[in-house]
Design a protein around this ligand. Structure first.
Ligand SMILES: Nc1nc2c(ncn2[C@@H]2O[C@@H]3COP(=O)(O)O[C@H]4[C@@H](O)[C@H](n5cnc6c(=O)[nH]c(N)nc65)O[C@@H]4COP(=O)(O)O[C@H]3[C@H]2O)c(=O)[nH]1
Length: 718
């Protein structure tokens, strides 16, 4: 019993201590839960499933989450939780909760609430229903957390993703990801478009071996991979690729290698730009920089380049190289008189002919103007070279038909040889040029090889040009006058002014020597103006001396007709000197008159409008077309000396002279025979009705004083 009592009291003690422990533990647990709820970020709640989500319990986290104190929300004190949620989210929340409760499951939902100060916050709510034994829901309990920051991050990520997609889809540059073994992983629509595929998918499916299928030169792929290996990227990697339809384009790639954290290569990604247009534009620019626009031949720049190559080839093979300068004789006259269109066509025709004379490995270049240069490598003996040059002479001098008219030019050719005549490109070109001048001097239409003596000729020519520039300022030019006679009356009808140059060092220099050089530079314009003014002044002086009007003829070079102010200048000179316009005659060569352009005809008519006379000089030596005679306002035809020379024994010349006189008279033009040296010539000319004559038979060209004396001797000018 005592035992049992003792036992009983022990059990009681035990029971008491257990219940104390449980009480303590419960108190402790409550304390832990309180502390947890206080410190957790978020709000624990218990609410009714009614229209307001009436709150029965809210943890302290409510304040941080919503800005309301728990007591302001409990039992919808200040506001309800339903009102806190954004109207547009409410139906979704209720549906989600109802759905979960109906299945007795937990629910989780994200939605927006409005805090007490009007901020919108995203929250995540996880909760569950509390059911009574009958299975009816009595309340909800759960936990609500602020996920605004996470939501913002997600939105930013989505935005970034959207933007990237946008760029990827709409970029005009192709964008790709490819594997190391040459497969496409990803491609954008632009890449498909550039490569000629319907869609990126079609491209990805079709191209599975980039090296073989894409690059025109499969080695390009290897170069791409090598660069990637070395630098992990390629910049402006240019290559030619095949499009889907087999056509080729040029692309430029910028790409990088993408690796994982361990450095293992995952794939390449980059962009592609179609640079075909730029490439062809660049090629065009390069072509234009190295070729002559008109003929398509290499220009001076490319010629220099080719010449250097040819020299080094000759060195390597111990062979000879010929540098051949081809200059078209009389081209300038045709160009000046017939207009640039005809000149251009002639140059093009000559370029093609020269090309046909040489081997493919040789070069024809047009360094400028009417000059061409041939670079002929592998010269084996002078015979072969001479044959080629003969062919050039023959081909260039064949008539060239342009716009229904035949034009004939010949060429003067100069040759220098490497290594004999020079070691550098400059010397070879200079010496070929010098040889070409020699060919011109030898009467054109021939070729000359460079010799050391030739150098002095060129030096002399340059020297003359230099001295001519000073001659005007130093009063070294004078005019001589050669009378023209009426064949029937033997009286002087006028004088022709002919320029003379008294060079202090060289003495008298013939115009035949210096006028062609002046015509090649702009000097002829200054000299021409001087002659015109001087002749007008001296004509007046001769008239005063003789007491009669002395008509004067002045030679005018084709180049002077290119001057825009020729008519104005002449009119000014007439006014300033006071010479009657009818006493001035301009002698124009037949070549000048071959220009039928409206501007040229206007100049002639304007000159006639001034009241001056026009004569055709050296008639019969120029162009064959005589059509211009009836269009132009010509007063005198001066028959070239070559028809008069030796006419006594030359029946052909006699026939020509008769025909010219008849033709002139039919057109109402006065005829003057030049270079009459013998009485028999004079008699013949008189017999065929020629009007006037000029020549040594009557008088040489005379200095001003002597011309004055001769005129005085005449009692009256006719
Ligand atoms: N053998 C021979 N010759 C005769 C005879 N009668 C005259 N001559 C020469 O023939 C040339 C006639 O002048 P051109 O045909 O206009 O030929 C001129 C002309 O084309 C040019 N020239 C002369 N003066 C001028 C000028 O002021 N301006 C321009 N642009 N050219 C000029 O120089 C050329 C040569 O002039 P010049 O030496 O004065 O040579 C003159 C004259 O001296 C003759 O009976 N027999």
């Amino acid at each position: 019993m005592r035992l049992s009592l003792a036992h009983h009291s022990k059990v009681e003690d035990y029971t008491t201590s257990v219940s104390a422990f449980i009480r303590n533990w419960l108190q402790h647990r409550e304390h832990i839960l309180d502390s947890l709820l206080k410190n957790m970020e978020g709000m624990a709640y218990c609410c009714l499933v009614d229209a307001h989500w009436t709150m029965l319990f809210i943890s302290d986290g409510c304040f941080d989450l919503t800005g309301y104190r728990p007591d302001e929300l409990l039992h919808n004190g200040c506001t309800s939780f339903e009102e806190l949620t954004l109207p547009e989210d409410r139906a979704r929340i209720r549906n989600t909760v109802d759905d979960a409760l109906s299945r007795r499951e937990r629910f989780e939902i994200e939605y927006r609430i409005m805090t007490i100060d009007g901020q919108i916050r995203w929250v995540n709510e996880r909760g569950t229903g509390i059911f009574n034994p009958q299975g009816q829901v009595e309340a909800l309990e759960g936990f609500i957390q602020d996920i605004t920051q996470r939501k913002l991050n997600e939105q930013a990520l989505q935005e970034a993703e959207r933007r990237y997609r946008n760029i990827f889809e709409n970029s005009i540059e192709g964008i790709f990801q490819t594997s190391q073994d040459g497969q496409y992983i990803n491609a954008n629509p632009a890449l498909a478009r550039i490569y000629g595929y319907e869609s990126p998918e079609e491209l990805i499916q079709s191209l599975n071996n980039i090296a073989q299928q894409l690059y025109v030169q499969p080695e390009s792929r290897q170069a791409f991979l090598t660069l990637m290996q070395l630098e992990d990227r390629v910049v402006n990697f240019e290559s030619q690729i095949y499009r889907r339809d087999g056509s080729t384009i040029w692309i430029s790639e910028n790409a990088r290698a993408v690796r994982n954290d361990a450095g293992k290569l995952l794939y390449f990604e980059g962009t592609v730009e179609d640079i075909t247009e730029r490439k062809s534009y660049n090629a065009l620019i390069e072509y234009q920089a190295t070729h002559d626009d008109l003929t398509g031949l290499p220009n001076r720049t490319l010629m220099q380049d080719r010449l250097l190559q040819a020299i080094s080839y000759a060195d390597r093979t111990a062979s000879k190289l010929a540098v051949v300068f081809v200059d078209l004789d009389k081209f300038k006259d045709i160009n000046d008189s017939m207009g640039h269109f005809i000149g251009d066509q002639l140059l093009i025709a000559m370029a093609r002919r020269l090309e046909s004379c040489i081997r493919d490995s040789d070069t024809v270049a047009r360094p400028g103007g009417d000059e061409f240069v041939l670079l002929l490598s592998n010269i084996h003996g002078m015979d072969a070279l001479s044959q080629t040059l003969q062919r050039v002479l023959a081909l260039t001098s064949e008539p060239c038909s342009i716009e229904g008219k035949d034009f004939t030019v010949t060429s003067s050719i100069g040759i220098s040889l490497y290594p004999d005549d020079g070691k550098t490109s400059e010397t070879l070109l200079k010496n070929a040029d010098t040889a070409m001048y020699k060919a011109k001097q030898e009467g054109k239409n021939n070729f000359q090889f460079y010799t050391r003596e030739l150098n002095s000729i060129l030096v002399e020519r340059l020297e003359m040009e230099y001295q001519m520039r000073n001659a005007l300022g130093h009063n070294e030019f004078h005019l001589h006058y050669q009378p023209k006679l009426n064949l029937r009356t033997q009286r002087i009808t006028g004088v022709e002014a002919l320029i003379r140059w008294h060079n202090p060092r060289q003495g008298l220099i013939s115009p035949n020597r210096f006028i062609p050089i002046a015509e090649e530079s702009s000097l002829i314009e200054q000299i021409g103006s001087w002659v015109l003014e001087k002749a007008c002044m001296e004509s007046i002086a001769l008239s005063q001396l003789s007491g009669y009007d002395v008509p004067v003829s002045v030679n005018v070079s084709p180049r002077q007709f290119q001057q825009s102010n020729l008519v104005g200048n002449i009119s000014r000179v007439l006014q300033e000197t006071g010479l009657k316009p009818s006493l001035l005659e301009l002698e124009i060569t037949e070549g000048t008159l071959a220009d039928t352009s409206p501007q040229f005809i206007k100049v002639l008519n304007d000159l006639k409008g001034l009241g001056i006379k026009l004569a055709i000089d050296d008639f019969g030596t120029g162009y064959s077309s005589l059509g211009y005679l009836k269009h132009f306002p010509i007063d005198n035809l001066k028959i070239d000396r070559s028809f008069v020379m030796g006419l006594e024994s030359d029946t052909a010349n006699q026939a020509i002279l008769k025909a010219i006189v008849a033709l002139g008279h039919n057109l109402g033009i006065n005829l003057v025979a030049e270079g009459v040296e013998t009485e028999r010539q004079r008699d013949f000319l008189l017999s065929i009705g020629c009007d006037e004559m000029q020549g040594f038979l009557f008088s040489q060209p005379l200095p001003f004083d002597q011309a004055g004396k001769l005129l005085l001797a005449q009692d009256k000018l006719v």
